[in-house]
Ligand binder design. Structure first.
Ligand code: UDP
Length: 235
């Protein structure tokens, strides 16, 4: 039994790159798609925000203006969205991609009412091109879309970690994992797992956030069933 009726799942670009760390890994994407199918079979309405860090992060380049760099980043998320869509369709799931930057020949534009209608009909909706604006991230996009579609929770799949720690667990052996955190604690401790804009948006609108490890995609099913893995961020 699922704990949630409608969820917004954030898939980072890295989660689609598998061990390669860059670009797309067919098997990693298919593994995630299989788990999404299981979640769908639980009767959960699924919307996805895909990141683009497996191709490009706007803030990482300093030899071009930030707006152009971020536009490249947003286009990267569209490539990911189309790839995830194909993987889901190969498993006979109905999907729609909606982009925040219009590209009519490729996908639908983002229209929230239409997105909700798709969800109600059992289609998986993949949101691409972030917010459509530079200087934002796909974390912030996730919080925004979760609120717009009135999701019950925002589920953040992370690579290289299984939740939120007081310091980087890949660098420090004594890093301690939080099972629960308030939004305020996230902001005050400046925990980098999700950016402050996304946390603030979730906080102001009391959107529950669950950060969990997606290196094993089956964790997603555990989260959906209400198992207390990862870190719960709430009010
Ligand atoms: N981006 C943007 N506006 C948005 C969302 C994303 O400009 O609303 C750009 C930004 O350059 C970002 C890149 O797209 O670095 C990829 O997104 P993100 O870094 O959030 O991907 P992730 O790290 O989750 O894979």
């Amino acid at each position: 039994m699922s704990k949630y009726k409608r969820v917004l799942i954030k898939l980072s670009g890295e989660s689609l790159a598998g061990n390669k760390g860059f670009g797309m890994d067919d098997q990693a994407i298919l593994n995630i798609a299989h788990v999404l199918k299981n979640v769908h079979e639980e009767g959960v309405e699924i919307a996805i925000v895909v990141g683009g860090g497996n191709f490009w992060r706007g803030r990482d380049t300093d030899d071009m203006d930030r707006t152009t760099s971020d536009n490249i980043g947003m286009l990267g998320t569209v490539m990911n969205a189309l790839r995830v869509q194909s993987a889901l369709e190969s498993l006979d799931l109905e999907t729609r991609v909606q982009t925040a930057i219009k590209m009519d020949e490729v996908a639908e534009p983002f229209i929230v009412r239409k997105a909700i209608r798709h969800l109600e009909k059992g289609r998986i909706v993949i949101f691409a091109a972030g917010t459509g604006h530079p200087y934002f991230s796909t974390d912030t996009t996730s919080a925004l879309r979760a609120l717009e579609i009135q999701a019950d929770a925002m589920l953040m799949g992370k690579t290289g970690t299984d939740g939120i720690y007081d310091k980087d667990p890949n660098k420090y052996d004594d890093a301690v994992k939080y099972d629960k955190l308030t939004y305020r604690e996230m902001l005050e401790k400046n925990l980098q797992v999700m950016d402050a804009a996304a946390t603030s948006l979730a906080k102001d609108n009391e959107m529950p956030v669950i950060v969990f490890g997606i290196d094993d995609p089956n964790n997603l099913i555990k989260v959906i069933k209400g198992e207390e893995i990862g870190t719960y961020v709430g009010g």
